[in-house]
Design a protein around this ligand. Structure first.
Ligand code: NAP
Length: 251
């Protein structure tokens, strides 16, 4: 293995990583030698993913149950992670949901749930880990936002707001943690083929494709590659940025 972007000896915690983009991120960090913690709502799938990754990449893994929207749950997750591995070097705030609908019809619970998971969830996890990362004087925090947070999207007032908020959180944390050798960056995927996008109407998919200069949809692996770069030692002079992984959709 080339030593470039080598993550051996690093511990990475990825939220919402039992499946989808989070799973691809966990696999990619494990392939570079990191021990990975699969933190998700659903324990059965998290356990399955953790053992699959341990077998495929010969690294230690751990599955932890968490509801990132719940501060106590995020704290308990971090406590278990630190107990198991001593520290967490890389936090990827990936857990996210959509509850789309036009503003006129959007239910309060759908607004609250999306903000609570996508935005407050990232705050909860970063806050829970901040003390130990500061003590270690090392950390990489990567927040998975979306192009929807950069340009706004019809039917996604809740989602666009949560993802735009996540960019603000990224920059504030980058300033707050910078002097402790902790970088905080965001990755903004465009249209990525996953369960989340599978359910979208064909019409929306066609429009998205037309808006993507490279003429194809992205894969979870495309997002994971960007995260691996930001998670590595080599990106130490990059903080507070939003890296679009969108085939040129937003520029
Ligand atoms: P996904 O397949 O739905 O996976 C999301 C994972 O997060 C699921 O395992 C889900 O668990 C988990 N999760 C949901 N709520 C949670 C909570 N409260 N606490 C902990 N885990 C929770 O989604 P994805 O497409 O991989 O998306 C991953 C991230 O990328 C999200 O932040 C999304 O907004 C962002 N993104 C995706 C796209 C895209 O095109 N797919 C584009 C831009 C940004 P359950 O299965 O139990 O619900």
């Amino acid at each position: 293995m080339t030593s470039f972007l080598n993550l051996e000896g690093r511990i990475a915690l990825i939220t919402g990583s039992a499946r989808g983009i989070g799973k691809a991120i966990a696999e990619t960090l494990a392939a570079r030698g990191a021990k990975v913690i699969i933190a998700d709502l659903e324990m059965d799938l998290a356990d399955e993913t953790a053992s699959e990754i341990a077998d495929s990449f010969d690294v230690e893994t751990l599955a932890l149950e968490v509801d990132v929207a719940d501060q106590a749950s995020a704290k308990a997750m971090v406590k278990s992670a630190v107990k198991a591995f001593g520290q967490v070097d890389i936090l990827v705030n990936n857990a996210g949901i959509t509850r789309d609908g036009l503003v006129m019809r959007m239910k309060e619970k759908d607004w609250d749930m999306v903000i609570d998971i996508n935005l407050k969830g990232a705050f909860n996890c970063a806050q829970a880990l901040s003390r130990s990362m500061m003590k270690a004087r090392y950390g990489r925090i990567i927040n998975i936002t979306s192009v929807s947070g950069l340009v706004g999207q019809v039917g996604q007032a809740n989602y666009s707001s949560s993802k735009a908020g996540l960019i603000g959180l990224t920059k504030a944390l980058a300033k707050e943690f910078g002097s402790r050798n902790i970088t905080v960056n965001a990755v903004a995927p465009g249209f990525i083929e996953t369960v989340l996008t599978e359910e979208l109407p064909e019409e929306i998919k066609e429009i998205s494709l037309k808006l993507t200069p490279v003429g194809k949809f992205g894969s979870p692996q495309d997002v994971a590659n960007a995260v691996a770069f930001l998670a590595a030692e080599e990106s130490s002079f990059i903080t507070g940025v939003v890296l679009n992984v969108d085939g040129g959709m937003v520029m």
